[in-house]
Design a protein around this ligand. Structure first.
Ligand code: URA
Ligand code: SF4
Length: 220
């Protein structure tokens, strides 16, 4: 990837411009447009969803459908807006018929997410649902087991939570759990994590990789 400038905001723009014409995987064929990401390039919080849906594919913006509205509500409850944070997905192009992204597509696309993470350099990464959590934590452990904690992760925090679509489909408990997870994000931002939750005492991620090369997200 071409990243000649030392200004991370400009570098992110350059990478986005490259991504918008990407044909590295077969998702390029069915998409209307690439949905690279949106929000503050210097955000403290980076949200990672799964893949663009129909509305996102049409508008080129992540989380603009019903899931996005719920995400905005949850953000408002912790005094954030979508413009204050940065929102992206594991794959940047819509899978046909909203099918799950396939492993080779995730592999082809993950360098963009890694670059976004490096350039935005957020204090907290929030993974929404199983796909992004599995990619980022490199684990097969499901989201139901993993959520409810802030993990220390490569000099920042990782807060895995459900995908908003699960809260829209599911019982009110999913939404309540998401509210709790979002409150952890607020705690990290306010520097209240240890006193409020004692989370520093908790167990580390299931498969902490000592070597960045072992992380799915970093391995290429
Ligand atoms: N679901 C996602 O995972 N991402 C979007 O951008 C929209 C819906
Ligand atoms: Fe490129 Fe990612 Fe789109 Fe595949 S999903 S074409 S790797 S931007």
């Amino acid at each position: 990837m071409t990243t000649q400038s030392s200004d991370p905001i400009l570098q992110l723009k350059v990478v986005e411009t490259e991504a918008l014409i990407c044909t590295k995987c077969d998702l390029a064929e069915g998409r209307t447009q690439v949905v690279f990401g949106a929000g503050n390039p210097q955000a403290d919080v980076l949200f990672v969803g799964e893949a663009p849906g129909q509305r996102e594919d049409e508008q080129g913006v992540p989380f603009v459908g019903p899931s996005g509205r719920l995400l905005e509500e949850l953000l408002a409850e912790i005094d954030l807006t979508r413009d204050a944070v940065y929102i992206t997905n594991v794959v940047k192009c819509r899978p046909p018929g909203n099918r799950d992204p396939r492993p080779h597509e995730i592999d082809a696309c993950k360098a963009y997410l890694r670059t976004q993470l490096e350039l935005i350099d957020p204090a907290v990464v929030v993974t929404l649902g199983n796909f992004s959590t599995k990619l980022v934590l490199r684990t097969e452990v499901g989201i139901t087991k993993l959520r409810g904690m802030a993990y220390e992760w490569w000099g920042r925090y990782l807060v895995p939570t459900f995908h908003p679509a699960a809260a829209l489909r599911g019982r009110g408990q999913v939404l309540e759990d998401m509210r709790y997870d979002f409150s952890l994000v607020r705690d990290v931002l306010d520097g209240n994590l240890a006193t409020d939750t004692g989370i520093e005492e908790e167990t580390p991620p299931p498969q902490p990789a000592d070597d960045p090369q072992q992380l799915g997200l970093f391995g290429q």
